[in-house]
Design a protein around this ligand. Structure first.
Ligand code: N01
Length: 497
């Protein structure tokens, strides 16, 4: 069947970084029947949600932009969250998207019937579309720690992704649980306040210090309106990140040795007190957990008003936190810097593919996809930044650009009649995941630690190969990896427009 004449209808779920990108790219490809659903009242995704003190991107800002829209306004090498939020709002608005997004409307139901997707939104609206792109993000479901008595605390408590800006931390006894990337940013910032801060560390982390350059007005002016210069700067940073951090965690022996040396030296040089240094020294390989880029955390943890508690937490009580040695730390505020549940993806949406099979059933054993974005049994459904898409310490924007181009190629194949529906075969998914598994053994993520990179089976849900390999493998869809017979259920397709 040839759908050449058809302007497919596409629903994009989420108006964060990848949803904005997908909508822009769909329009550039001449696809105009686009519905964008956004659960919140603004674009921005993670940068809208995370407003904690010190929130910043630890990927250099000049490469944390779309390739088609450099930004001369960044104030620092590692841009602050509100600047990044403004950037995404600006791009959405310049591309005329803001007025087109259905804000405060999430997707509750998404069922495949009769060759199309039937959507029901939180406002009760019904939509029928040919394609769905779930641009719902990875790290957006706050993970609450499974600590006894969590709800019994009498003071204020919140997760970093739901920062309570009404509470002034000055003069308060504050406890932070966690020492991941988020915690390091929060602790660096709030330790400057006149508060009594206790950091509860379960596992120490490796940190790399990269100076956070400040861009002067002169620097910004020199880049203003110069898209080629900005693109060159972005490429330079991307080259450095790929050939250092990303290679170090995906089998590059020399890069791993260098990064390990830098992390260990950073700890040695930054923390003079041997007792504190011992507490901060991980017992696993560098890069096993996500490398933390911070030039401020070690200073912060050594401030007089900051205490590092390494005794495991036994419970949370009305007055504060009790550690396993029976000691109780009285607190006014507890901040949960305990990360996210990365395997929920688009859920809790009620997503059902062919024959009414739900995503929960499909992913009961493991969240897997073909090329991170196609799920067998879910035709014409794409998942941006799905399972195994994260690339160690690299820009998710670059990854999403490759994915959006690939999705458009698949839609084009459908338009050309090469595919009755875009659905990866079960075999292709299995063989793709075997290929991923084969690459994991040489990565740093299997270096004997626990991290959000690992799924319930302890397998890293990451891309274990190089960036170049990622790009190369998304150049041309392999037709044999897709279903070619239109199951009865795919009929009838809508008549040509
Ligand atoms: O979360 P995490 P995050 N009792 O999962 C601890 C991105 N990011 O929000 O290591 C005690 O890394 C847990 O301890 P342990 C980035 O990709 C990017 O910090 O499991 N502690 C750990 O210390 C990053 O990797 C930027 O033993 C408990 C912490 O909580 C990802 O987000 C900025 C506990 C969780 O660390 C997630 O980072 C910030 C418990 N029961 C974040 N449960 C950028 O700059 C958990 N912990 C782009």
């Amino acid at each position: 069947m040839n759908n050449q004449q058809r302007n497919p209808s596409v629903a994009v779920i989420g108006a964060g970084m990848s949803g904005i990108l997908m909508a822009i790219k769909l329009r550039e490809a001449g696809i105009t029947d686009i519905s964008i659903l956004e659960k919140a009242d603004k674009v921005g995704g993670t940068w809208r949600e995370n407003t904690y003190p010190g929130v910043a991107c630890d990927v250099p800002a000049h490469m944390y932009t779309y390739s088609f829209k450099g930004n001369s306004h960044w104030s620092h090498r590692f841009a602050l969250g509100d600047e990044i939020q403004s950037y995404f709002e600006g791009v959405a608005s310049e591309n005329g998207l803001a007025g087109k997004i259905r804000f405060n409307e999430s997707l509750d139901q998404c069922h495949f019937r009769g060759g199309q997707w039937h959507l029901t939104t939180s406002k009760g609206a019904q939509l029928v579309v040919d394609f769905v792109v779930a641009a719902t993000g990875i790290l957006h479901h706050p993970a609450y720690p499974d600590i006894k008595g969590l709800d019994s605390f009498n003071g204020e408590m919140w997760h970093t992704a739901q920062w309570n800006h009404d509470v002034d931390l000055r003069g308060k006894r504050v406890g932070v649980i966690g020492t991941g990337s988020t915690a390091c940013q929060v602790i660096s910032e709030i330790s400057k306040l006149d508060c009594d801060l206790t950091v509860f560390q379960r596992t120490p982390q490796w940190l790399i210090s990269v100076p956070d350059k400040h861009y002067s007005e002169q620097d910004k002016t020199a880049l203003k309106g110069k898209q080629r210069k900005l693109a060159a700067l972005s490429r330079r940073y991307a080259f450095i990140m790929r050939n250092t951090f990303s290679k170090a965690v995906t089998g590059g022996k020399l890069q791993h040795a260098l990064i390990s040396w830098a992390a260990k030296r950073n700890l040695r040089k930054s923390v003079r007190d041997p007792e504190l240094r011992a507490k901060l020294t991980p017992d696993y390989s560098v890069g096993c957990k996500r490398l933390i880029i911070s030039s401020t955390f070690y200073d912060a943890i050594q401030r007089d008003n900051v205490y590092l508690e390494t005794m495991a937490i036994q419970s949370i009580a009305e007055q504060g936190i009790v550690t396993v040695d029976g000691a109780a730390k009285e607190l006014d505020v507890i901040i949960l810097a305990t990360g996210f549940s990365p395997f929920n993806f688009m859920r809790p949406m009620d997503l059902r593919g062919r024959n009414g099979v739900s995503i929960d059933e499909t992913w009961a054993k493991k969240a897997q996809a073909y090329r991170s974005l196609c799920i067998p049994g879910f035709p014409n459904f794409f998942l941006m930044l799905g399972p195994n898409s994260p690339i160690g310490n690299y820009s998710v924007i670059a990854m999403s650009e490759v994915q959006s181009a690939y999705i458009l190629k698949l839609i084009e194949l459908w338009k050309q009649g090469e595919l009755p529906a875009v659905e990866a075969t079960q075999e292709a998914k299995e063989s793709y995941n075997a290929y991923l598994r084969a690459g994991m053994s040489k990565t740093a993520w299997v270096g004997g630690c626990q991290s959000w990179y690992l799924d319930g089976d302890g397998d890293p849900a990451m891309w274990p190969y190089s960036w170049d390999q990622w790009v190369k493998e998304h150049q041309t869809p392999v037709l044999d990896d897709f279903v070619h017979e239109a199951p009865a259920e795919l009929e009838p397709l809508r008549p040509a427009a």
